[in-house]
Design a binder for this molecule. Structure first.
Ligand SMILES: *Cc1c(COP(=O)(O)O)cnc(C)c1O
Length: 463
């Protein structure tokens, strides 16, 4: 049932936290439904989800089977032998620079690290994990069913004309604000699929141009993300041999994202960084519809259990997951229903209605969600460049303030720290904070430069 203005006022009475959302204030929410990991595993939310450790391992194995082909098809994966991975780097200079934004920080900040998914090969964003996995799974299934590929074959077979010809009769469709379209479009076109990307009005011109250049069909919409997804879904129903990649409910996307957890665990171990109750891991993930951050968080909980605390970050103009989880309405409510406009410069995060599938799975797992102004994202974009030399898109900065939020002096964060063991300066000093930097390496220089200059101007005003 749609939420009307009348029920919207009722909602604010029932959930006083919504007042800050409606007023576009930066806010943070600690998830009251989170459970100790063992209990979470046994909860109906996870038991009924169809997800498992096995499904994540299955995705990891599939990506490994395709690696020999990927290494040949994408030059930027040559050095990693076709493995689509991103670096994990310490960000001591950014940690230092953050004191400009929070001069009152008195708690020890611990170690600040960046998981550089902006530098992922093939499509330069976190979507290179989920989106690519689903396209590969589809290609593998079609190839095996046709008999043109056998179990155990080298997947370089995907370069063979007969297989490409077979895939060219298949149609992949997706709706996107930009980055998912890029990852699906680039990978599908390279495999030989016919591919159509339905794009929302806020999608950047350069993303559309790049997709067309790679051989994808782009359909432009005047509406937002939800409209683009709906149009893609409708078109897929009209064609035989069509596969619609459903950003709102696909487990294949989700499992592709979740493979990042074992990669992070390996990288932490390689850098001799301990993770346990005395050395907690806090991870901050920018959230749009929820699949990317949800998949990563799901994988991380499997690996680290109660030692990892996962937070989502959303723009004040698009707090869809916060609205859905807080009210328990999930996809039955959109930010527009309570008068929020869904207009943000963070195009990967410009989503008004969250995935219900992800919200339900996250209920017993997620530690919390916070929101932030577009201006904060732009300031951080400039700060991340000047301190660490990073070139990120605005969405990718949303994780950065998380480290300041969890150490805030307010009563609700103090209570959270006491409850989770982060209450003492010793444990705070031993905490590793990982900011998930979700996109940016493919942004054209002039587009990035303009955002950087806006961020610089905002920072100058602050000083
Ligand atoms: C898509 C995207 C996200 C969020 O992923 P969702 O699955 O939509 O929640 C975050 N950052 C960037 C840059 C993205 O493109």
């Amino acid at each position: 049932m749609p939420v009307t203005p009348r029920t919207s006022a009722d909602l604010i009475t029932r959930f006083p936290e919504l007042a800050a959302l409606v007023a576009y204030q930066e806010t943070s929410w600690i998830n009251p439904e989170r459970l100790p990991y063992r209990e979470a595993l046994a909860s109906s939310a996870l038991q009924d989800s169809g997800l498992s450790l096995h499904s994540v391992e299955d995705a990891t194995a599939r990506l490994a089977r395709f690696a020999p082909w990927i290494a040949e098809a994408f030059a930027d994966t040559h050095d990693s032998a076709g493995v689509i991975e991103s670096p994990l780097v310490e960000a001591a200079a950014l940690k230092q620079a953050l004191s400009v934004m929070m001069p009152t920080a008195n708690a020890p900040l611990g170690r600040l690290m960046i998981k550089c998914d902006h530098a992922l090969p093939v499509s330069g964003s976190i979507k290179a994990r989920g989106g690519i996995h689903e396209v590969l799974k589809q290609a593998e299934r079609l190839a095996l069913d046709s008999g043109l590929l056998m179990h155990g074959d080298n997947y370089r077979a995907f370069e063979q004309p007969a297989l490409r010809e077979h895939l060219s009769r298949q149609h992949i469709l997706v709706g996107s604000t930009g980055n998912l379209g890029l990852s699906i479009g680039i990978m599908s076109a390279r495999l030989g699929f016919r591919v159509t990307v339905h794009m929302s009005a806020d999608a950047r011109q350069w993303k559309k141009d790049l997709l067309r250049e790679r051989g994808a069909q782009v359909v432009e919409h005047t509406g937002d993300y939800s409209e683009a997804v709906e149009a893609g879904r409708r078109e897929a129903q009209l064609h035989a041999n069509a596969h619609f990649i459903d950003d709102e409910s696909s487990q294949d996307l989700f499992n592709g994202y979740a493979t990042a957890a074992s990669e992070l665990a390996r990288q932490l171990a390689e850098q001799s960084i301990q993770v346990d109750a005395q050395h907690p891991l806090c991870v901050y993930l920018p959230c749009g519809v929820g699949g990317g951050p949800g998949g990563v968080a799901f994988g991380l909980k499997q690996v680290f259990g109660d030692a990892v605390h996962c937070f989502f970050a959303e723009p004040v103009h698009s707090p869809c997951m916060l609205l859905g989880m807080l009210t328990g309405e999930h996809d039955a409510i959109a930010v527009q229903d309570i008068g929020i406009d869904n207009h943000t410069c963070a195009d990967g995060l410009a989503v008004g209605r969250a995935s219900a599938f992800v919200g339900r799975v996250m209920a017993p797992l997620l530690s919390g969600i916070y929101t932030l102004h577009d201006d904060t994202l732009l300031e951080l974009l400039a700060l991340a460049h000047d301190s660490e030399g990073l070139r990120l898109e605005p969405s990718a900065l949303a994780g950065v303030p998380g480290v300041l939020r969890v150490l805030e002096d307010s009563p609700h964060w103090q209570t959270w720290r006491q409850a989770t063991g982060l209450g003492t300066p010793a444990v705070q000093a031993n905490t590793t904070h990982v900011v998930w930097s979700t996109g940016g390496s493919m942004v054209p220089r002039d587009v990035w430069e303009e955002e950087y200059q806006r961020g610089k101007a905002l920072l100058a005003r602050r000083r």
